[in-house]
Design a protein around this ligand. Sequence first.
Ligand SMILES: [Zn+2]
Length: 199
Amino acid sequence: MKYCYECDNEKDFHFVGIDRTYNVKGKGYSLAVQASFCDYCGQEIFDPDIDSAYQQQAFDLYREEHHLLKPSDFKAIREKYGLAIDRFSELIGLGKKTMWRYENGFIPDKAQNTLIRLMDNPENFRIVYEEGKGMLRPDEIARIEQALAEFKTHGVTECVIVQESAEWTPEPDNIISFEELALRTEWKKEARREYAAVL
Ligand SMILES: [Zn+2]
């Protein structure tokens, strides 16, 4: 039973498969959806929960098309550095609520998306962190320092932007174990993919 506005009462209903167009930033995405219809009057019973799930599907299509991060990606990048939503947002120069919006399903602005994607790389984040350190509390600084130290230990030190042209110089410092090499290669593969996606 669902509440039907037409009948002004709880009524039995059935799901019917229909095509529905959802608009995302001026572009329409046609989705095959299951809509509920009242068994008594035949009118559609609007279900906001189901509808918002479909709206999110349309958002996902738009994100894929425009190489935008998903809400879970935004969250994962921020959590890498142990900062609260509003603090991470402010540190990288965005409005207090911006990260909250993106982590909660809003479609990101392309330039802001690129900025946040670059923060995924600890070396990029370090630059922003060093510049904005003054606004951070001691406990926040401690968490970031710890995170950055851990990334360093695992060999993730190169910058996404410059590493493509960086040349291998066989100095004693550069001798690493096979284990470390495997880690670095894996990471570079990932970084190249991300770099390509940014472009
Ligand atoms: Zn009805």
